[in-house]
Design a protein around this ligand. Sequence first.
Ligand code: ZN
Length: 233
Amino acid sequence: MSRSSGLYRLQEIDLDSDRLKERLEEIRVSLDDSIEISQLRAGLAENESSMATVRSAAVRAKNDVEDQRLKLQNTERGLYGGSVQNPKELEDLQMESESLKRHLETLEDLYLEVMLEQDEVERAMGASSASLQAAEADQAVLHAELISERENIDGRLANLEAEREVASASVAEQDRKAYENLRDRLGGVAVVVLNGDSCGVCGLTLSASSRQLVGSGDDLIHCIQCGRILYGG
Ligand SMILES: [Zn+2]
């Protein structure tokens, strides 16, 4: 095996590992991401709080109506029960009874309004709750898929690590250091396969003698433009 081919093999393993690690990071972010669920939970909590408010308003409105009905009954008892005979008193009771009836109508309208509002809040709460359940179910499915993918990647990374140890054994220490320095500096790609007579990354055309040296693989030949180690393939 030539010096550059050993490094090229190492790089293939390292690039595979890089890709898998990037994917692991994406998975980690996706597993952490519950913005949608949090928003839906917040929406539902808001509905629940509106519901509590409107329910107590409904209880108050109902009590007001019942109190008013009792007042009216009492007045009518006076009016029609025969206990009051005085025409002036009867006239006063009649007026009071009419006034109580008018206010009762207002209170009944208010009660109806509150009941309609309660129906509306109930519908909104049902919709929020259904959306949250659906989102949680979707998330559970997605998480199960991601966790299974993560396990698969962990296994592949362990295999790559073993392959890397084998590949490293056939590379001289100084070559490996040069390779790693280049990978750090040049975006992960230190070794490049020739594209015809040109550098496969920057496209610089090689002289015939450089081309020959790359082909022999005895020395590490760097592209004079981008600095990468050239590999004949
Ligand atoms: Zn180049």
